[in-house]
Design a protein around this ligand. Structure first.
Ligand code: PLP
Ligand code: TYF
Length: 393
């Protein structure tokens, strides 16, 4: 049986990690996988996470099973973090295996409710969105998003394509910090998207993997909250991997806003069922870290302060890189780097130019010219800027 298996396409972002490790050159720079790194190149355990783990270690008296949907304390705390004052009578929630697990369960839920569901995704989007959709055999279509000229959003094209989504289709939107481009909608543009969805009856499915990495914890949730207020049905897949720095704990949540409380109860039951079919109880440790932090004023304040430092550090690097490139190139054509938000910016370089950066300068970024801003520090920004100009980008 197993000899019938065929090779699966590898994950190009994860392959870069191995390629980078194998490079023996001094001063090599890793701008590949989307993991936050401090100026020393370390992905730290956040202070509040350490403190929460200590508290859990001291206070926890059992490791018995929790609940299929995850602990209520975690789900309530995350609901508050993502949605603020959520319409609780319409809200179902499910602890998931990372943000990816929430995406998968959201798609499973949509398919359960509507077996022919079509999903609209941005062009480009996070490659795992596409690979999960293909694996599940769900029909999907891409809406135009990135303007290769300005490196911003091609909003007119996006609106035209999203207007084609039919009632009951899912429209997958990045809630903030678009991956891989770094280009995001303004608040007014979000309003226009909400109006289009209100009109068509297509259902927003928001992937929120970088809350707190863009304009701030509250600001990054603003679009999601506005959509949740306005649309009758909304799916939200949120990840705690980045903003709590607990990548390997696999902590995420699926939030589903339903039309009424009867639909909420049915949805909640279906979501618990989906967990049971997949892995039974969701992982608890990361979720408990998050709820311990969010329900303790001092820990929450310390976590928010550290997250703000992380966010501001990335913004400073953006400003520095844009300014170096302005000086070196004698033009403002790289200013988009300062306007982008989150960990990533898509440079708009050709695959050959990306390869040249790797070969000539030992600078690693994803083949589509996505770079991880957090892979830089004050000293490596000028190195990158020079290499970008030398590669003719
Ligand atoms: N969605 C996007 C756009 C992402 O970039 C990520 C990545 O890390 C995720 C979802 C899910 O992350 P995780 O499953 O590690 O929580
Ligand atoms: O886009 C990224 O780099 C992050 C991390 O299969 C990631 O989202 C990349 C690939 C993958 C899982 C996570």
């Amino acid at each position: 049986m197993l000899s019938n298996l065929k090779p699966q396409a590898p994950d190009k972002i994860l392959m870069l990690i191995e390629e980078f490790k194998a490079d023996t050159r001094q001063g090599k720079i890793d701008l590949g996988v989307g993991v936050y790194k401090n100026p020393e190149g370390v992905t730290p355990v956040m202070r509040a996470v350490k403190a929460a783990e200590q508290k859990i270690w001291q206070d926890q008296t059992t490791k018995a099973y929790t609940a299929l949907s995850g602990e209520a304390e975690y789900r309530n705390a995350m609901t508050r973090m993502v949605l603020g004052d959520a319409p609780a009578d319409r809200l179902a929630s499910l602890a998931s295996v990372g943000g990816t697990g929430a995406i998968r369960q959201a798609l499973e839920l949509a398919r359960l409710a509507n077996p022919g569901v079509t999903v609209h995704v941005s062009d480009p989007t996070w490659p795992n969105h596409l690979s999960i959709l293909k694996f599940m055999g769900l029909p999907f279509t891409e809406y135009r998003y990135f303007d290769a000229e300005t490196r911003g959003v091609d909003f007119e094209a996006m609106k035209a394509d999203i207007s084609k989504a039919a009632k009951g289709d899912l429209v997958l939107l990045h809630g903030c910090c678009h991956n891989p481009t770094g280009a995001n909608l303004s608040a007014d543009q979000w309003d226009e998207i909400a109006a289009i969805l209100e009109k068509s009856g297509a259902i927003p499915f928001i992937d929120l993997a970088y809350q707190g990495f863009g304009d701030g914890l509250e600001q990054d949730a603003a679009a999601t909250r506005m959509i949740a207020q306005r649309l009758p049905e909304v799916l939200i897949a949120a990840s705690c991997s980045k903003n709590f720095g607990i990548y390997r704990e696999r902590t995420g949540i699926l939030l589903a806003l339903t039309e009424n409380s009867a639909a909420r109860d049915m949805t909640q039951g279906s979501m618990a069922f989906l967990n049971r079919q997949t892995f039974s109880f969701p992982p608890d440790h990361g979720a408990r870290i998050v709820s311990t932090i969010l329900t303790d004023d001092a820990l929450a304040a310390d976590w928010r302060a550290e997250l703000e430092d992380v966010r501001k550090g990335m913004l400073e690097l953006r400003e520095q890189l844009a300014s170096e490139l302005r000086n070196l190139s004698g033009s403002d054509r790289f200013d988009f780097i300062a306007h982008h938000r989150g960990m990533f910016s898509r440079l708009g370089a050709t695959p050959e130019q990306v390869q040249k950066l790797k070969t000539d300068a030992a600078i690693y970024m994803v083949g589509d010219s996505r770079l991880n801003i957090a892979g830089l520090n004050r000293d490596t920004v000028p190195v990158l800027a020079r290499a970008i100009v030398e590669a003719g980008i």
